[in-house]
Design a protein around this ligand. Structure first.
Ligand SMILES: NCc1[nH]cc(CCC(=O)O)c1CC(=O)O
Length: 326
């Protein structure tokens, strides 16, 4: 006679968490995001002791170079992953835009939370919109994606690099180093700086980066209960959208050394997605969009794949510094 698998049936009903540690970067935006996750966890698990472990990453230290030149997205997440590996933290909160398209071995993107405004924002003290900027005006951005669209739309503007955390960037604008800067609206809204936004840039042509405006929670793949514990924090429309966006980006190499945009919206089983790959000077662009029924993660990935294939058929590979992956 076979025995009932008593222990496994008991362990599948896990008890609520008693203590959770969130690893976060120390910038004001990262801390806001970690506190947001902490508050959401406390709401679902009032008995749980939720702590935040702040840490400085290489991406926060190297401020004098364009992001595309210092090693890209992984830069902001490595130190946090080490904290997960060492057991100092259970989860790491990231702006999803900064999370590499392929997760390193042993780590999972375990939760995607509801998206803030995904659009880019125009911020200036003297001008109400990009259209109002005079010949030679200096616009700050270190995003090759933003630079490419700006150069295509407004060849008379000067695009200068702009790095550092949000407060640093705003400070540089306010000291007159730029006539205007372009930032993600999500970060400004989260930090209570929404009033500084002079204009929200339309998705066409200013298509956001994959994952922009969404929060991702990374955990160790082998953590026994964390995915189940995080499930109430996840947002399905956002998860479907960013899954498609990240698929496009991954197919094209997922690097920030190339202007690459992908933005999707999902509602009522329908997804719309739009993406481009372009040259930094804005002179060459491959643009694709698609719409289709999406009722699963696999269908979200399939729509993203179709858009990537459309871009590749249009010659997107010739715009990628290292060609197509593999
Ligand atoms: N690349 C840095 C970064 N990562 C996430 C955000 C903003 C918040 C978000 O997109 O969730 C920013 C700043 C910006 O692009 O202006």
């Amino acid at each position: 006679m076979s025995q009932l698998p008593i222990s496994s049936s008991i362990s599948s009903i896990s008890s609520p968490p008693q203590r959770l540690v969130i690893a976060s970067r120390e910038s004001r935006l990262a801390m806001w995001q970690a506190e947001h996750v902490r508050d959401c966890l406390k709401k679902h698990y009032p008995e749980c002791d939720v702590q935040i472990l702040g840490m400085t990453t290489r991406g926060d230290q190297i401020l004098d170079k364009a992001l595309s030149k210092v090693g890209g997205k992984g830069l902001f997440v490595k130190e946090l992953e080490t904290a997960l590996e060492d057991g100092r933290a259970d989860l790491a909160v990231h702006s999803l835009k900064d999370v590499p398209m392929v997760m390193p071995q042993g780590f999972d993107l375990s939760c995607v939370m509801a998206r803030e405004d995904a659009r880019d924002a125009f911020v200036s003290n003297d001008y109400a919109s990009l259209e109002d900027l005079p010949q030679g005006a200096i616009v700050g951005t270190s995003s090759l994606r933003r630079e490419s669209v700006l150069r295509a739309q407004f060849p008379h503007l000067e695009i200068h690099p702009l790095r550092g955390n949000l407060d640093t960037r705003m400070g540089k604008l306010d000291r007159g180093e730029y006539q205007a800067i372009i930032l993600a609206a999500a970060g400004l809204k989260r930090l209570g700086l929404e009033a500084r936004i002079r204009a929200l840039l339309p998705i066409d042509p200013y298509t956001p980066a994959a994952g922009q405006g969404a929060l991702g929670i990374e955990t160790l793949s082998k953590h026994p209960n964390i995915k189940e514990w995080l499930a109430p924090l996840s947002n399905l429309p956002t998860l479907y959208a960013v899954t498609a966006e990240r698929m496009v980006s991954r197919q094209l190499g997922g690097s920030c050394e190339v202007p690459l945009a992908a933005y999707a919206v999902w509602s009522e089983d329908q997804m719309q997605i739009r993406s481009f790959v372009a040259s930094v000077d804005g002179k060459a662009i491959c643009l694709a969009s698609a719409q289709g029924s999406v009722r699963s993660l696999a269908e979200a990935e399939a729509l993203g794949l179709a858009v990537a294939q459309d871009l590749i058929l249009q010659g997107a590979a010739s715009l990628l510094p290292n060609g197509l992956p593999q």
